[in-house]
Design a protein around this ligand. Structure first.
Ligand SMILES: [Zn+2]
Length: 277
């Protein structure tokens, strides 16, 4: 089923050729637009999520344009080290980094510097027992912390958890790919987003001030996710779809890397990380 819908995703892209056909008044090319309509089968599956995919698609060129095709990077943007990891204890960086190789999704500018985290055991497994039960994942229900001081600008707490299939399948049950999520404004151009939170676990409200390290929710599996994890990113604005994500330099971070530890810096995929004391 999943492959089928992935193919539909590609088909939609072919539809863009059709739009070029219309613009250039080229009839054979215009026929490609039929592919776009075919891709609309998604609308019946989850209309809200389909619309979000469309926003994301439109947001991509917009973000590039806004930055004059020079997106924020560690070369042209100096992050302040005012963030801590949004959890306690040691977690694995499943996805994310500051370069193309480790990035959460380099080609998608609104999530280029996003991170996914979960907890693993000594064997590298993220669950024990039946992998189709969300509660069996080590990180499920764990506290989520405010990564820095700020004001909550969005706290969405109405989505159910998605099912876990244990085979990498993501089936978004929510009407938002982020599921339950919190957006915190730290400064004029710095907003953090923490997504896939556990239903009913959010303890903060829009407009509320939070302090770094404060418990604000629990880790869950809501939204477009294959298994419980924390998705964390920092963006230029609260508009997830139309703003560039920013590289994050953590303060007081303990990174296990060849048995060395460091107290500040960038983290990337495959590292075990935790907040320092
Ligand atoms: Zn993610």
């Amino acid at each position: 089923m999943r492959t089928f819908f992935n193919i539909l995703g590609i088909i939609k892209w072919l539809g863009l050729i059709g739009i070029i056909g219309f613009i250039t008044d080229n009839k054979p090319l215009s026929l490609f637009f039929l592919f776009f309509l075919l891709g609309f089968v998604d609308i019946f599956r989850n209309p809200a999520v389909f619309l979000q995919s469309l926003y994301m698609l439109l947001g991509m060129p917009w973000i590039h344009f806004k930055h004059r095709f020079n997106l924020p990077s560690i070369d042209n943007y100096t992050p302040q080290t005012d963030f801590i990891l949004p959890f306690s204890g040691e977690w694995l960086v499943v996805n994310g980094g500051i370069d193309k190789q480790t990035s959460h999704s380099w080609g998608i500018p609104n999530q280029r510097y996003a991170y996914d985290f979960f907890i693993v055991d000594a064997e590298g497994k993220s669950f024990s027992g039946d992998n189709k039960v969300v509660e069996n994942y080590y990180c499920y229900g764990k506290d989520v912390l405010a990564p820095a001081d700020g004001e909550v600008v969005s706290a969405v707490n109405k989505h159910p958890d998605s099912n876990v299939y244990g085979n990498g399948t993501a089936e978004c049950k929510a009407h938002d790919i982020r599921g339950n999520h919190i957006i915190i404004r730290h400064s004029k151009k710095k907003y953090s987003l923490i997504a896939h939170l556990k239903p009913g676990s959010i303890t903060v409200k829009k407009g509320q001030r939070v302090t770094q390290g404060q418990v604000i929710a629990n880790c869950g599996n809501s939204g477009n996710t294959t298994e419980p994890h924390i998705h964390f990113q920092v963006s230029e604005s609260k508009n997830f779809f139309a703003s560039a994500s920013l590289p994050i330099k953590f303060k007081n971070v303990i990174v296990k890397e060849n048995s060395k530890t460091r107290t500040e810096g960038y983290i990337s995929r495959g590292q075990l990380v935790q907040n320092g004391g």
